[in-house]
Design a protein around this ligand. Structure first.
Ligand code: ATP
Ligand code: MG
Length: 423
């Protein structure tokens, strides 16, 4: 137990961290270009926030939350997603009085008690944005085009954007009656969860992953066919603008998304490569959310993207992520006196921006050279008493094998120039 990470969690090791940095930095860069600013929110919140903000009829709240009492007797939950926490922060920090719209992005861990599979973990990572203050189709389009540009900028090709509108509470009331009438006669063939959903929030039935339920619901009426005039007009505008911007999409009437407070536009970017965990990213409009967690009515729209699924997709598309730079130089050492000299030299080089490794193992020169090779260091110098006295050192270029005697004083400039020319 002690030396095994809990099920559904994993370490991100140094050999793969460059991929994470790559997508995280690209995301933050693209978000900044769209005028979104980063927000950092707590890992845990009051349980009630998620019950209300995610919705107590959702799978997340019903089955997946990590909830516990803290020592002060409060019910606390590890965030299963980011939107509820950001909405809480919007209210708590009075963002309604900031210049509108308020455009935020985040990079978070999230926690859900799930059946662990490829692309489905118990601790996972999300990149996301939330845009508050605009009901306009332009806001939907801005968020979707940000996502589209981000996926393109990390080299992803061929993910399909599925789009739907799930209307507003008033068009949904009528549809719910139609849906309930359709489902009623099939209830005994639907799973237990769907029977509960039927009582609490029938729309959730459309999100069921059980094959039996999917089969039963083949001819279910779709909400999109019943949305009101205003919602239909909004949806038309979103589609027109996306088409005019050359962002391809398909309308998928089956998408309802997992959160209770979504309305109007919902969307997903789906991959064919990750099986049933193919939804790399999902989002939608949530005009009722801020009000439902205690703020004044405020429209909002956002998305969350799973970093693990994104990286699986990038791997399967064979996308090359630039490797981190290898060391510019390895400084080998012979003897104590030279050791201190070399340490000072290394500090000077590092201060000057050079990536420098130095021997701290007191190994033989042969072993040090082997190690420098493994590190893929571009240059090597070995410092012993002679070098300290003469102020000269033999600089070896590891890629050509060439050596040349140089003044140690000139080492930093040479390495800097070399870096400039080769960058
Ligand atoms: P799914 O239908 O696959 O369970 P979801 O609807 O629960 O997804 P969201 O709540 O919309 O997912 O989260 C947004 C994104 O976060 C997903 O599209 C996915 O990329 C990622 N994600 C969600 N749950 C997990 C998980 N358990 N492990 C890894 N990534 C996840
Ligand atoms: Mg899920």
């Amino acid at each position: 137990m002690l030396i095994k990470a809990p099920k559904g969690t994993r370490d991100i090791l140094p050999d793969e961290i460059h991929k994470w940095h790559y997508v995280e930095e690209k995301f933050s860069e693209i978000c900044s270009r769209f005028g979104f600013r980063e927000i950092r929110i707590p890992v845990f919140e009051h349980t009630e926030l998620f019950e209300r903000g995610v919705g107590d009829a959702t799978d997340i709240v019903q089955k997946e939350m990590y909830t516990f009492s803290d020592k002060g007797g409060r019910s606390i939950t590890l965030r299963p997603e980011g939107t509820a926490g950001v909405a809480r922060s919007y209210i708590e920090n009075g963002m309604a009085s900031w210049p509108q719209p308020v455009k935020l992005f985040y990079n978070i861990t999230a926690y859900r008690y799930e059946n662990v599979q490829k692309g489905r973990y118990r601790e996972f990572h999300q990149l996301g944005v939330e845009l508050f203050g605009s009901t306009k189709a332009d806001a939907d389009v801005e968020v979707i085009s940000l996502l589209h540009l981000f996926l393109e900028s990390v080299g992803i090709r061929g993910l399909s954007l599925s789009l739907n509108s799930i209307g507003c509470p008033s068009c949904r009331a009528e549809y719910n009656r139609k849906l309930k009438a359709f489902v009623e006669s099939r209830l005994n063939r639907l799973c237990e969860d769907c029977n509960n959903r039927y009582q609490r929030n029938p729309l959730r039935i459309l999100d069921c992953k059980e094959q039996g339920c999917i089969n039963e619901l083949r001819d279910v009426p779709y909400l999109l066919d019943y949305i009101c005039g205003d919602c239909a007009e909004h949806f038309e505008k979103v589609k027109e603008k996306l088409a005019a911007m050359g962002i391809p999409f398909t309308v998928d009437k089956k998408i309802v998304r997992g959160l209770d407070y979504y309305n109007r536009t919902v969307f997903e970017f789906v991959s064919k490569n990750i099986g049933s965990q193919g939804t790399v990213c999902g989002g939608g409009r949530y005009d009722g959310l801020i009000e439902s967690v205690g703020g004044s009515p405020t429209p909002g729209i956002g998305f969350a993207l799973g970093i693990e699924r994104l990286l699986i997709e990038m791997d399967s598309q064979g996308i090359d992520v630039p490797l981190p730079p290898s060391p510019d130089i390895f400084i080998g050492v012979i003897g104590d006196r030279a050791g201190l000299y070399a340490e000072n030299l290394a500090l000077k080089l590092r201060t000057g921006g050079i990536i420098c490794h130095k021997d701290i193992m007191e190994r033989s020169v042969t072993a040090q050279m082997k190690y420098a090779n493994k590190l893929n260091a571009r240059f090597v110098v070995i410092i012993g008493d002679n070098e300290v006295e003469s102020g000269k050192v033999e600089l070896k270029d590891m890629s050509t094998g060439e050596t040349r005697m140089i003044n140690i004083d000139t080492l930093q400039d040479r390495l800097k120039k070399f870096k400039q020319v080769n960058s």
